[in-house]
Write a protein that binds this ligand. Sequence first.
Ligand SMILES: Cc1cc2nc3c(=O)[nH]c(=O)nc-3n(C[C@H](O)[C@H](O)[C@H](O)COP(=O)(O)OP(=O)(O)OC[C@H]3O[C@@H](n4cnc5c(N)ncnc54)[C@H](O)[C@@H]3O)c2cc1C
Length: 549
Amino acid sequence: MSSPLPRKTLLERLQQAPSGGAWDLVVIGGGATGLGVALDAAVRGLSVALVESHDFGSGTSSRATKLVHGGVRYLAQGNISLVREALHERTRLLANAPHVAQRLPFVMPGYHWWERGFYGAGLKAYDALAGSQGLGATEWLSTRRTLELMPGANPRGLWGGVRYWDGQFDDARLAVLLARTAAARGALVLNHCAAESLLREGGHVCGVQVRCRETGSAAVLRSRCVVNATGVWVDAVRDMDQDPATGAAPPPRAPASALVAPSQGVHLIVDRSFMPGLHALLVPKTADGRVLFAVPWLGKTILGTTDTPRPDLPREPQAFADEVNFILREAGRYLARAPQRSDVRSVWVGLRPLVKPPSDDTGNTKALSREHTVLVGASGLVTVTGGKWTTYRAMAEDVLAQCMTAGLLPQRPGGATVKLPLLGAAPGRPLAEPPGEHLYGSEAALLNSLPGAQRWLWRDAESGQGALSEAMVRFAVRFEMARTVEDVLARRSRLLFLDAAEAARQADAVAELLEEELQADGAGAAPTARAQTDTAAFKALAAQYQNLP
Ligand SMILES: Cc1cc2nc3c(=O)[nH]c(=O)nc-3n(C[C@H](O)[C@H](O)[C@H](O)COP(=O)(O)OP(=O)(O)OC[C@H]3O[C@@H](n4cnc5c(N)ncnc54)[C@H](O)[C@@H]3O)c2cc1C
Protein backbone atom coordinates (compact mmCIF):
# COMPACT_ATOMS: atom_id res chain seq x y z
CA MET A 1 0.00 0.00 0.00
CA SER A 2 1.11 3.58 -0.54
CA SER A 3 2.18 5.79 2.37
CA PRO A 4 -0.55 7.99 3.78
CA LEU A 5 -0.29 11.71 3.08
CA PRO A 6 1.87 13.87 5.36
CA ARG A 7 -0.11 15.50 8.16
CA LYS A 8 0.51 19.00 6.75
CA THR A 9 -1.21 18.00 3.50
CA LEU A 10 -4.10 16.41 5.42
CA LEU A 11 -4.61 19.66 7.35
CA GLU A 12 -4.67 21.64 4.10
CA ARG A 13 -7.11 19.18 2.52
CA LEU A 14 -9.47 19.39 5.48
CA GLN A 15 -10.49 22.85 4.33
CA GLN A 16 -10.83 21.87 0.68
CA ALA A 17 -14.13 20.00 0.60
CA PRO A 18 -14.22 17.79 -2.49
CA SER A 19 -17.51 18.92 -4.04
CA GLY A 20 -19.31 22.24 -4.05
CA GLY A 21 -17.44 23.62 -1.04
CA ALA A 22 -18.96 21.19 1.47
CA TRP A 23 -18.24 17.64 2.65
CA ASP A 24 -21.17 15.26 2.52
CA LEU A 25 -20.37 14.19 6.07
CA VAL A 26 -18.16 15.34 8.93
CA VAL A 27 -17.81 12.89 11.82
CA ILE A 28 -16.68 14.12 15.24
CA GLY A 29 -14.96 11.38 17.27
CA GLY A 30 -12.58 8.61 16.20
CA GLY A 31 -13.63 5.72 18.40
CA ALA A 32 -15.36 2.54 17.22
CA THR A 33 -18.61 4.39 16.48
CA GLY A 34 -17.28 7.37 14.52
CA LEU A 35 -14.72 5.31 12.59
CA GLY A 36 -17.40 2.79 11.64
CA VAL A 37 -19.63 5.59 10.32
CA ALA A 38 -16.76 7.21 8.37
CA LEU A 39 -15.73 3.92 6.78
CA ASP A 40 -19.27 2.97 5.77
CA ALA A 41 -19.96 6.42 4.29
CA ALA A 42 -16.68 6.42 2.36
CA VAL A 43 -17.36 2.96 0.93
CA ARG A 44 -20.77 4.22 -0.22
CA GLY A 45 -18.99 6.95 -2.19
CA LEU A 46 -19.77 9.91 0.07
CA SER A 47 -17.14 12.56 0.81
CA VAL A 48 -16.20 12.21 4.49
CA ALA A 49 -13.92 13.92 6.98
CA LEU A 50 -13.42 12.64 10.53
CA VAL A 51 -11.70 14.51 13.34
CA GLU A 52 -10.52 12.91 16.57
CA SER A 53 -9.39 15.21 19.37
CA HIS A 54 -6.79 12.79 20.74
CA ASP A 55 -5.84 9.51 19.07
CA PHE A 56 -8.01 6.96 17.27
CA GLY A 57 -9.50 4.64 19.88
CA SER A 58 -7.96 6.58 22.78
CA GLY A 59 -11.31 7.09 24.54
CA THR A 60 -13.37 4.05 25.51
CA SER A 61 -12.46 2.10 22.38
CA SER A 62 -9.01 0.97 23.58
CA ARG A 63 -10.25 -0.02 27.05
CA ALA A 64 -12.75 -2.80 26.34
CA THR A 65 -12.55 -6.31 27.81
CA LYS A 66 -11.55 -7.27 24.22
CA LEU A 67 -14.53 -9.56 23.64
CA VAL A 68 -16.29 -9.84 20.31
CA HIS A 69 -19.43 -11.28 21.80
CA GLY A 70 -23.17 -11.57 21.82
CA GLY A 71 -23.11 -10.90 25.55
CA VAL A 72 -24.04 -13.88 27.69
CA ARG A 73 -25.14 -11.60 30.50
CA TYR A 74 -27.45 -9.61 28.20
CA LEU A 75 -29.09 -12.92 27.33
CA ALA A 76 -29.63 -13.50 31.06
CA GLN A 77 -31.27 -10.03 31.15
CA GLY A 78 -33.61 -11.17 28.35
CA ASN A 79 -32.25 -8.73 25.76
CA ILE A 80 -32.67 -11.15 22.86
CA SER A 81 -32.54 -8.65 19.97
CA LEU A 82 -29.26 -7.12 21.19
CA VAL A 83 -27.70 -10.55 21.60
CA ARG A 84 -28.89 -11.81 18.21
CA GLU A 85 -27.58 -8.73 16.39
CA ALA A 86 -24.25 -8.91 18.24
CA LEU A 87 -23.85 -12.61 17.42
CA HIS A 88 -24.28 -11.86 13.73
CA GLU A 89 -21.91 -8.91 13.86
CA ARG A 90 -19.39 -11.08 15.72
CA THR A 91 -19.11 -13.35 12.68
CA ARG A 92 -18.68 -10.41 10.30
CA LEU A 93 -15.98 -8.80 12.41
CA LEU A 94 -14.02 -12.04 12.70
CA ALA A 95 -14.22 -12.49 8.91
CA ASN A 96 -13.27 -8.90 8.01
CA ALA A 97 -10.35 -8.53 10.43
CA PRO A 98 -9.01 -12.05 11.10
CA HIS A 99 -5.55 -10.73 12.01
CA VAL A 100 -6.90 -8.77 15.01
CA ALA A 101 -10.13 -10.63 15.87
CA GLN A 102 -10.50 -14.37 16.46
CA ARG A 103 -12.75 -16.91 18.10
CA LEU A 104 -11.98 -17.74 21.73
CA PRO A 105 -13.15 -20.67 23.85
CA PHE A 106 -14.62 -19.83 27.27
CA VAL A 107 -15.12 -22.05 30.29
CA MET A 108 -17.78 -21.37 32.90
CA PRO A 109 -16.77 -23.38 35.95
CA GLY A 110 -19.47 -24.72 38.27
CA TYR A 111 -18.99 -24.52 42.04
CA HIS A 112 -22.52 -25.67 42.94
CA TRP A 113 -24.08 -28.92 41.75
CA TRP A 114 -26.76 -27.12 39.72
CA GLU A 115 -24.56 -24.56 37.91
CA ARG A 116 -23.20 -26.79 35.16
CA GLY A 117 -26.68 -27.84 33.99
CA PHE A 118 -28.24 -24.42 34.49
CA TYR A 119 -25.56 -22.41 32.67
CA GLY A 120 -25.15 -25.07 30.01
CA ALA A 121 -28.84 -24.78 29.12
CA GLY A 122 -28.49 -20.98 28.84
CA LEU A 123 -25.46 -21.34 26.63
CA LYS A 124 -27.29 -23.82 24.37
CA ALA A 125 -29.85 -21.02 23.89
CA TYR A 126 -26.93 -18.71 23.03
CA ASP A 127 -25.83 -21.25 20.37
CA ALA A 128 -29.40 -21.44 19.04
CA LEU A 129 -29.59 -17.64 18.71
CA ALA A 130 -26.32 -17.64 16.77
CA GLY A 131 -27.69 -20.36 14.46
CA SER A 132 -25.44 -20.83 11.44
CA GLN A 133 -23.22 -18.00 12.74
CA GLY A 134 -22.13 -20.08 15.74
CA LEU A 135 -18.39 -20.39 16.38
CA GLY A 136 -18.52 -23.81 18.05
CA ALA A 137 -20.96 -25.95 20.01
CA THR A 138 -21.44 -25.57 23.77
CA GLU A 139 -20.25 -28.66 25.70
CA TRP A 140 -20.74 -29.84 29.26
CA LEU A 141 -17.38 -30.66 30.85
CA SER A 142 -16.43 -33.08 33.61
CA THR A 143 -14.36 -31.74 36.51
CA ARG A 144 -11.25 -33.40 35.10
CA ARG A 145 -11.79 -31.95 31.61
CA THR A 146 -12.50 -28.50 33.08
CA LEU A 147 -9.13 -28.55 34.81
CA GLU A 148 -7.36 -29.85 31.70
CA LEU A 149 -8.68 -26.91 29.70
CA MET A 150 -8.32 -24.40 32.54
CA PRO A 151 -5.28 -25.48 34.53
CA GLY A 152 -5.40 -22.17 36.39
CA ALA A 153 -8.94 -22.73 37.76
CA ASN A 154 -9.46 -23.34 41.46
CA PRO A 155 -10.04 -27.13 41.83
CA ARG A 156 -11.57 -26.87 45.33
CA GLY A 157 -15.32 -27.51 45.22
CA LEU A 158 -15.38 -27.65 41.39
CA TRP A 159 -18.43 -29.42 39.88
CA GLY A 160 -17.33 -29.49 36.23
CA GLY A 161 -18.05 -26.71 33.82
CA VAL A 162 -19.36 -25.64 30.44
CA ARG A 163 -17.35 -24.67 27.38
CA TYR A 164 -18.75 -22.22 24.83
CA TRP A 165 -17.31 -20.01 22.08
CA ASP A 166 -17.15 -16.27 21.56
CA GLY A 167 -14.53 -13.96 20.06
CA GLN A 168 -11.77 -11.61 21.17
CA PHE A 169 -9.87 -8.79 19.51
CA ASP A 170 -7.27 -6.07 19.82
CA ASP A 171 -9.57 -3.06 20.13
CA ALA A 172 -7.07 -0.24 19.56
CA ARG A 173 -5.47 -1.91 16.57
CA LEU A 174 -8.92 -2.48 15.12
CA ALA A 175 -9.70 1.24 15.57
CA VAL A 176 -6.53 2.19 13.70
CA LEU A 177 -7.36 -0.33 10.96
CA LEU A 178 -10.82 1.21 10.54
CA ALA A 179 -9.24 4.67 10.24
CA ARG A 180 -6.70 3.46 7.71
CA THR A 181 -9.24 1.50 5.67
CA ALA A 182 -11.54 4.54 5.61
CA ALA A 183 -8.59 6.67 4.40
CA ALA A 184 -7.78 4.09 1.73
CA ARG A 185 -11.43 4.42 0.61
CA GLY A 186 -11.10 8.20 0.24
CA ALA A 187 -12.10 9.52 3.70
CA LEU A 188 -9.94 12.17 5.32
CA VAL A 189 -9.31 11.05 8.90
CA LEU A 190 -7.25 13.10 11.31
CA ASN A 191 -6.27 12.43 14.90
CA HIS A 192 -5.14 15.09 17.42
CA CYS A 193 -7.63 17.54 15.91
CA ALA A 194 -10.62 18.61 18.04
CA ALA A 195 -14.04 19.93 17.08
CA GLU A 196 -14.42 23.26 18.86
CA SER A 197 -17.75 24.60 17.66
CA LEU A 198 -20.55 23.92 15.21
CA LEU A 199 -21.41 26.23 12.30
CA ARG A 200 -25.09 27.04 11.88
CA GLU A 201 -27.03 28.74 9.10
CA GLY A 202 -30.77 29.35 9.26
CA GLY A 203 -30.99 27.20 12.38
CA HIS A 204 -29.25 24.26 10.72
CA VAL A 205 -25.85 22.80 11.51
CA CYS A 206 -23.73 23.17 8.37
CA GLY A 207 -20.22 22.41 9.53
CA VAL A 208 -17.63 22.28 12.26
CA GLN A 209 -14.71 24.42 13.36
CA VAL A 210 -11.76 22.27 14.32
CA ARG A 211 -8.32 22.92 15.79
CA CYS A 212 -5.14 20.90 15.27
CA ARG A 213 -3.72 20.18 18.73
CA GLU A 214 -0.17 20.03 17.35
CA THR A 215 0.04 23.34 15.51
CA GLY A 216 -2.85 25.21 17.16
CA SER A 217 -4.22 26.13 13.72
CA ALA A 218 -7.97 26.25 13.19
CA ALA A 219 -9.95 25.09 10.16
CA VAL A 220 -13.57 25.39 9.13
CA LEU A 221 -15.22 22.33 7.58
CA ARG A 222 -18.50 22.95 5.81
CA SER A 223 -20.71 19.89 5.61
CA ARG A 224 -24.20 18.71 4.64
CA CYS A 225 -24.35 16.44 7.66
CA VAL A 226 -22.50 16.37 10.99
CA VAL A 227 -22.41 13.23 13.13
CA ASN A 228 -21.49 13.54 16.79
CA ALA A 229 -19.90 10.19 17.73
CA THR A 230 -17.97 11.30 20.80
CA GLY A 231 -18.90 8.43 23.12
CA VAL A 232 -19.31 9.52 26.75
CA TRP A 233 -18.55 13.10 25.61
CA VAL A 234 -21.58 13.46 23.27
CA ASP A 235 -23.38 15.82 25.64
CA ALA A 236 -20.52 18.37 25.41
CA VAL A 237 -20.87 18.43 21.61
CA ARG A 238 -24.68 18.66 21.95
CA ASP A 239 -24.04 21.71 24.12
CA MET A 240 -22.19 23.32 21.17
CA ASP A 241 -25.44 23.08 19.22
CA GLN A 242 -26.78 26.44 20.37
CA ASP A 243 -28.57 29.20 18.51
CA PRO A 244 -26.03 31.86 17.47
CA ALA A 245 -28.87 34.43 17.34
CA THR A 246 -28.83 34.59 21.13
CA GLY A 247 -25.09 33.90 21.34
CA ALA A 248 -25.64 32.82 24.92
CA ALA A 249 -23.66 29.99 26.37
CA PRO A 250 -25.95 27.04 26.94
CA PRO A 251 -27.22 26.78 30.49
CA PRO A 252 -25.59 23.97 32.53
CA ARG A 253 -27.23 20.74 31.49
CA ALA A 254 -29.60 19.31 34.06
CA PRO A 255 -28.48 15.73 34.82
CA ALA A 256 -31.82 14.35 33.60
CA SER A 257 -31.37 15.90 30.13
CA ALA A 258 -27.96 14.32 29.55
CA LEU A 259 -28.04 11.48 27.06
CA VAL A 260 -25.23 9.48 28.62
CA ALA A 261 -24.91 7.94 32.07
CA PRO A 262 -21.24 6.93 32.11
CA SER A 263 -20.22 3.77 33.90
CA GLN A 264 -16.64 2.93 34.75
CA GLY A 265 -15.08 -0.48 34.12
CA VAL A 266 -11.69 -1.48 35.54
CA HIS A 267 -9.30 -4.14 34.24
CA LEU A 268 -6.19 -5.55 35.90
CA ILE A 269 -3.45 -7.29 33.93
CA VAL A 270 -1.49 -10.16 35.48
CA ASP A 271 0.94 -12.71 34.03
CA ARG A 272 -0.24 -15.57 31.88
CA SER A 273 1.00 -18.00 34.56
CA PHE A 274 -2.13 -17.24 36.62
CA MET A 275 -4.24 -18.74 33.86
CA PRO A 276 -2.13 -20.73 31.40
CA GLY A 277 -3.78 -22.12 28.29
CA LEU A 278 -5.93 -20.67 25.57
CA HIS A 279 -9.32 -20.65 27.36
CA ALA A 280 -10.98 -17.67 28.99
CA LEU A 281 -12.87 -17.99 32.27
CA LEU A 282 -16.29 -16.46 32.87
CA VAL A 283 -17.97 -16.42 36.25
CA PRO A 284 -21.53 -15.30 35.52
CA LYS A 285 -22.45 -14.48 39.09
CA THR A 286 -19.87 -13.66 41.73
CA ALA A 287 -20.71 -13.58 45.45
CA ASP A 288 -22.19 -10.08 45.03
CA GLY A 289 -24.00 -10.85 41.77
CA ARG A 290 -21.45 -9.43 39.32
CA VAL A 291 -19.66 -10.95 36.32
CA LEU A 292 -15.96 -11.79 36.39
CA PHE A 293 -13.79 -12.40 33.33
CA ALA A 294 -10.26 -13.77 33.18
CA VAL A 295 -9.21 -13.55 29.54
CA PRO A 296 -5.89 -14.61 27.99
CA TRP A 297 -4.77 -11.70 25.80
CA LEU A 298 -1.47 -10.93 24.07
CA GLY A 299 0.54 -13.13 26.42
CA LYS A 300 -1.04 -11.86 29.66
CA THR A 301 -4.33 -12.33 31.53
CA ILE A 302 -7.00 -9.62 31.74
CA LEU A 303 -9.06 -9.66 34.95
CA GLY A 304 -12.23 -7.59 35.08
CA THR A 305 -14.44 -5.80 35.17
CA THR A 306 -16.59 -3.42 37.20
CA ASP A 307 -19.67 -1.29 36.52
CA THR A 308 -19.51 1.87 38.63
CA PRO A 309 -21.50 5.05 37.86
CA ARG A 310 -19.05 7.86 37.09
CA PRO A 311 -20.69 11.20 36.24
CA ASP A 312 -17.43 13.16 35.75
CA LEU A 313 -15.73 12.41 32.46
CA PRO A 314 -11.95 12.25 32.95
CA ARG A 315 -9.83 11.37 29.91
CA GLU A 316 -7.83 9.00 32.12
CA PRO A 317 -10.20 7.71 34.78
CA GLN A 318 -8.58 6.01 37.77
CA ALA A 319 -9.80 2.88 39.49
CA PHE A 320 -11.45 3.12 42.90
CA ALA A 321 -9.95 1.02 45.69
CA ASP A 322 -13.07 -1.13 46.11
CA GLU A 323 -13.11 -1.94 42.38
CA VAL A 324 -9.54 -3.27 42.56
CA ASN A 325 -10.30 -5.14 45.78
CA PHE A 326 -13.38 -6.72 44.20
CA ILE A 327 -11.47 -7.98 41.15
CA LEU A 328 -8.55 -9.36 43.18
CA ARG A 329 -10.82 -10.93 45.79
CA GLU A 330 -13.06 -12.66 43.24
CA ALA A 331 -10.15 -13.73 41.01
CA GLY A 332 -8.61 -15.27 44.14
CA ARG A 333 -11.75 -17.37 44.68
CA TYR A 334 -11.85 -18.78 41.14
CA LEU A 335 -8.13 -19.13 40.29
CA ALA A 336 -5.87 -21.76 41.87
CA ARG A 337 -3.28 -19.06 42.67
CA ALA A 338 -4.76 -15.84 44.00
CA PRO A 339 -3.23 -12.74 42.35
CA GLN A 340 -1.90 -10.14 44.79
CA ARG A 341 -1.63 -6.38 44.34
CA SER A 342 2.09 -6.79 43.57
CA ASP A 343 1.22 -9.13 40.65
CA VAL A 344 -0.69 -6.43 38.74
CA ARG A 345 1.29 -5.22 35.73
CA SER A 346 -1.17 -2.60 34.56
CA VAL A 347 -4.53 -1.20 35.57
CA TRP A 348 -6.70 0.53 32.99
CA VAL A 349 -10.14 1.99 33.14
CA GLY A 350 -12.80 2.73 30.52
CA LEU A 351 -16.05 4.67 30.59
CA ARG A 352 -19.12 2.99 29.06
CA PRO A 353 -21.35 5.40 27.19
CA LEU A 354 -24.62 3.98 28.49
CA VAL A 355 -27.73 5.66 27.16
CA LYS A 356 -29.92 7.06 29.87
CA PRO A 357 -33.70 7.06 29.58
CA PRO A 358 -34.81 10.70 30.17
CA SER A 359 -36.60 9.79 33.38
CA ASP A 360 -33.88 7.60 34.93
CA ASP A 361 -32.23 9.05 37.99
CA THR A 362 -31.50 5.85 39.86
CA GLY A 363 -27.75 5.87 39.26
CA ASN A 364 -27.89 2.10 38.70
CA THR A 365 -25.88 1.67 35.49
CA LYS A 366 -26.01 -2.15 35.53
CA ALA A 367 -29.69 -1.93 34.60
CA LEU A 368 -29.17 0.51 31.71
CA SER A 369 -29.43 -0.72 28.16
CA ARG A 370 -26.29 -1.58 26.17
CA GLU A 371 -28.13 -0.72 22.97
CA HIS A 372 -27.24 2.37 20.98
CA THR A 373 -29.30 5.48 20.34
CA VAL A 374 -29.31 7.80 17.32
CA LEU A 375 -30.83 11.28 17.77
CA VAL A 376 -31.44 13.67 14.88
CA GLY A 377 -31.73 17.11 16.50
CA ALA A 378 -33.91 19.98 15.28
CA SER A 379 -30.77 21.63 13.90
CA GLY A 380 -29.85 18.48 11.97
CA LEU A 381 -27.00 17.51 14.31
CA VAL A 382 -26.93 13.70 14.44
CA THR A 383 -25.78 12.20 17.74
CA VAL A 384 -25.01 8.51 18.21
CA THR A 385 -23.90 6.82 21.40
CA GLY A 386 -24.18 3.58 23.38
CA GLY A 387 -23.89 0.12 21.88
CA LYS A 388 -20.73 -1.95 21.98
CA TRP A 389 -17.60 -2.48 19.96
CA THR A 390 -18.95 -5.75 18.59
CA THR A 391 -21.88 -3.97 16.93
CA TYR A 392 -20.00 -0.89 15.59
CA ARG A 393 -20.70 -1.87 11.96
CA ALA A 394 -24.45 -2.31 12.42
CA MET A 395 -24.55 0.97 14.38
CA ALA A 396 -22.87 2.75 11.47
CA GLU A 397 -25.50 1.38 9.06
CA ASP A 398 -28.24 2.60 11.38
CA VAL A 399 -26.70 6.09 11.67
CA LEU A 400 -26.39 6.48 7.90
CA ALA A 401 -29.92 5.16 7.36
CA GLN A 402 -31.27 7.80 9.74
CA CYS A 403 -29.17 10.56 8.10
CA MET A 404 -30.63 9.55 4.74
CA THR A 405 -34.20 9.35 6.04
CA ALA A 406 -33.78 12.86 7.48
CA GLY A 407 -32.62 14.08 4.04
CA LEU A 408 -29.18 15.02 5.36
CA LEU A 409 -27.35 12.62 3.04
CA PRO A 410 -28.14 11.34 -0.46
CA GLN A 411 -29.67 7.85 -0.58
CA ARG A 412 -27.11 5.07 -1.06
CA PRO A 413 -27.76 1.36 -0.55
CA GLY A 414 -26.63 -0.19 2.74
CA GLY A 415 -24.74 -3.42 3.38
CA ALA A 416 -21.52 -2.01 1.91
CA THR A 417 -19.34 -3.13 4.82
CA VAL A 418 -20.82 -6.58 5.50
CA LYS A 419 -18.01 -8.22 3.56
CA LEU A 420 -15.29 -5.62 3.58
CA PRO A 421 -11.86 -6.92 4.58
CA LEU A 422 -9.90 -4.30 6.54
CA LEU A 423 -6.31 -3.49 5.59
CA GLY A 424 -3.98 -6.42 6.11
CA ALA A 425 -6.84 -8.92 6.58
CA ALA A 426 -5.32 -12.41 6.69
CA PRO A 427 -5.74 -15.30 9.13
CA GLY A 428 -3.70 -14.66 12.27
CA ARG A 429 -2.40 -16.54 15.31
CA PRO A 430 -4.52 -16.74 18.48
CA LEU A 431 -4.72 -13.37 20.22
CA ALA A 432 -4.01 -15.12 23.51
CA GLU A 433 -0.38 -15.38 22.34
CA PRO A 434 2.13 -12.54 22.88
CA PRO A 435 2.02 -9.70 20.33
CA GLY A 436 4.18 -9.93 17.24
CA GLU A 437 4.18 -9.44 13.49
CA HIS A 438 1.10 -11.72 13.16
CA LEU A 439 -1.02 -8.72 14.22
CA TYR A 440 -0.02 -7.04 10.93
CA GLY A 441 -1.61 -9.77 8.80
CA SER A 442 -0.66 -9.43 5.14
CA GLU A 443 1.21 -6.21 5.93
CA ALA A 444 3.90 -8.18 7.82
CA ALA A 445 6.09 -8.17 4.69
CA LEU A 446 5.88 -4.37 4.54
CA LEU A 447 6.70 -4.19 8.24
CA ASN A 448 9.72 -6.43 7.76
CA SER A 449 11.02 -4.29 4.91
CA LEU A 450 11.51 -1.35 7.31
CA PRO A 451 14.78 -0.68 9.15
CA GLY A 452 15.06 -2.45 12.50
CA ALA A 453 12.74 -5.38 11.76
CA GLN A 454 14.94 -7.66 13.85
CA ARG A 455 15.91 -5.09 16.49
CA TRP A 456 13.70 -5.91 19.45
CA LEU A 457 13.02 -3.13 21.94
CA TRP A 458 10.89 -5.44 24.08
CA ARG A 459 10.58 -9.21 24.32
CA ASP A 460 7.70 -10.90 26.13
CA ALA A 461 9.37 -12.16 29.35
CA GLU A 462 7.36 -15.39 29.72
CA SER A 463 7.75 -16.63 26.13
CA GLY A 464 10.96 -14.80 25.14
CA GLN A 465 9.27 -13.79 21.87
CA GLY A 466 10.01 -10.43 20.25
CA ALA A 467 6.96 -8.22 20.80
CA LEU A 468 8.01 -4.65 19.88
CA SER A 469 10.61 -3.94 17.23
CA GLU A 470 12.19 -0.76 15.93
CA ALA A 471 10.37 -1.42 12.63
CA MET A 472 7.00 -1.52 14.45
CA VAL A 473 7.62 2.00 15.77
CA ARG A 474 8.54 3.20 12.28
CA PHE A 475 5.47 1.47 10.83
CA ALA A 476 3.29 3.17 13.47
CA VAL A 477 4.42 6.61 12.31
CA ARG A 478 4.66 5.97 8.57
CA PHE A 479 1.45 4.02 8.09
CA GLU A 480 -0.65 4.14 11.28
CA MET A 481 -0.74 7.89 11.96
CA ALA A 482 0.97 7.66 15.38
CA ARG A 483 2.11 11.10 16.58
CA THR A 484 3.17 10.60 20.19
CA VAL A 485 4.95 8.08 22.41
CA GLU A 486 1.55 7.26 23.90
CA ASP A 487 0.05 6.60 20.46
CA VAL A 488 2.81 4.03 19.86
CA LEU A 489 3.03 2.38 23.28
CA ALA A 490 -0.66 2.42 24.23
CA ARG A 491 -2.45 1.69 20.95
CA ARG A 492 -0.17 0.62 18.03
CA SER A 493 1.70 -1.63 20.46
CA ARG A 494 -0.35 -2.44 23.60
CA LEU A 495 2.62 -2.42 25.95
CA LEU A 496 1.16 0.25 28.28
CA PHE A 497 -1.89 -1.97 28.81
CA LEU A 498 0.16 -5.15 29.20
CA ASP A 499 3.02 -3.98 31.41
CA ALA A 500 3.10 -0.32 32.39
CA ALA A 501 6.58 -0.41 34.00
CA GLU A 502 8.07 -1.96 30.86
CA ALA A 503 6.28 0.65 28.73
CA ALA A 504 7.88 3.44 30.79
CA ARG A 505 11.30 1.82 30.27
CA GLN A 506 10.76 1.86 26.48
CA ALA A 507 9.60 5.48 26.30
CA ASP A 508 13.00 7.07 25.54
CA ALA A 509 13.90 4.62 22.78
CA VAL A 510 10.47 5.01 21.19
CA ALA A 511 10.64 8.82 21.44
CA GLU A 512 13.95 8.85 19.58
CA LEU A 513 12.63 6.75 16.70
CA LEU A 514 9.39 8.70 16.64
CA GLU A 515 11.19 12.02 16.26
CA GLU A 516 13.35 10.66 13.48
CA GLU A 517 10.24 9.54 11.59
CA LEU A 518 8.19 12.67 12.37
CA GLN A 519 10.92 14.94 11.06
CA ALA A 520 10.74 13.09 7.77
CA ASP A 521 6.99 13.85 7.84
CA GLY A 522 7.71 17.60 8.31
CA ALA A 523 6.34 17.64 11.86
CA GLY A 524 7.70 21.12 12.54
CA ALA A 525 9.89 23.02 14.94
CA ALA A 526 11.76 22.14 18.13
CA PRO A 527 11.59 18.36 17.81
CA THR A 528 13.84 17.77 20.83
CA ALA A 529 11.70 19.88 23.16
CA ARG A 530 8.59 18.19 21.81
CA ALA A 531 10.06 14.74 22.34
CA GLN A 532 11.05 15.57 25.92
CA THR A 533 7.58 16.83 26.85
CA ASP A 534 5.94 13.90 25.14
CA THR A 535 8.19 11.35 26.90
CA ALA A 536 7.70 12.96 30.31
CA ALA A 537 3.92 12.97 29.83
CA PHE A 538 3.98 9.32 28.84
CA LYS A 539 6.07 8.29 31.84
CA ALA A 540 3.59 10.07 34.15
CA LEU A 541 0.74 8.19 32.47
CA ALA A 542 2.58 4.87 32.79
CA ALA A 543 3.03 5.58 36.51
CA GLN A 544 -0.75 5.96 36.80
CA TYR A 545 -1.26 2.58 35.08
CA GLN A 546 1.14 0.96 37.58
CA ASN A 547 -0.31 2.43 40.77
CA LEU A 548 -3.18 0.68 42.46
CA PRO A 549 -5.43 2.79 44.72
C1 LIG B 1 -14.86 -1.48 30.73
C2 LIG B 1 -15.46 -1.68 29.36
C3 LIG B 1 -15.43 -2.93 28.77
C4 LIG B 1 -15.99 -3.10 27.51
N1 LIG B 1 -15.87 -4.32 26.92
C5 LIG B 1 -16.39 -4.52 25.70
C6 LIG B 1 -16.20 -5.77 25.06
O1 LIG B 1 -15.51 -6.65 25.56
N2 LIG B 1 -16.78 -5.92 23.84
C7 LIG B 1 -17.52 -4.96 23.25
O2 LIG B 1 -18.06 -5.21 22.17
N3 LIG B 1 -17.68 -3.75 23.82
C8 LIG B 1 -17.12 -3.50 25.02
N4 LIG B 1 -17.23 -2.28 25.60
C9 LIG B 1 -17.98 -1.22 24.92
C10 LIG B 1 -17.16 -0.50 23.86
O3 LIG B 1 -15.82 -0.37 24.26
C11 LIG B 1 -17.77 0.87 23.59
O4 LIG B 1 -19.13 0.72 23.32
C12 LIG B 1 -17.12 1.58 22.41
O5 LIG B 1 -15.72 1.56 22.50
C13 LIG B 1 -17.61 3.02 22.36
O6 LIG B 1 -17.01 3.65 21.25
P1 LIG B 1 -17.31 5.14 20.90
O7 LIG B 1 -16.67 5.44 19.61
O8 LIG B 1 -18.77 5.41 20.99
O9 LIG B 1 -16.63 5.99 22.07
P2 LIG B 1 -15.09 6.36 22.24
O10 LIG B 1 -14.21 5.23 21.94
O11 LIG B 1 -14.92 7.00 23.57
O12 LIG B 1 -14.84 7.43 21.10
C14 LIG B 1 -15.26 8.76 21.19
C15 LIG B 1 -14.11 9.62 20.72
O13 LIG B 1 -14.53 10.98 20.59
C16 LIG B 1 -13.41 11.80 20.82
N5 LIG B 1 -13.85 13.16 21.09
C17 LIG B 1 -14.48 13.64 22.20
N6 LIG B 1 -14.73 14.96 22.06
C18 LIG B 1 -14.24 15.32 20.83
C19 LIG B 1 -14.19 16.54 20.11
N7 LIG B 1 -14.69 17.68 20.61
N8 LIG B 1 -13.62 16.55 18.88
C20 LIG B 1 -13.11 15.40 18.35
N9 LIG B 1 -13.13 14.23 19.00
C21 LIG B 1 -13.70 14.18 20.21
C22 LIG B 1 -12.74 11.11 22.00
O14 LIG B 1 -11.39 11.49 22.11
C23 LIG B 1 -12.93 9.64 21.69
O15 LIG B 1 -11.81 9.06 21.06
C24 LIG B 1 -16.63 -2.04 26.85
C25 LIG B 1 -16.64 -0.78 27.44
C26 LIG B 1 -16.04 -0.59 28.68
C27 LIG B 1 -16.00 0.77 29.29
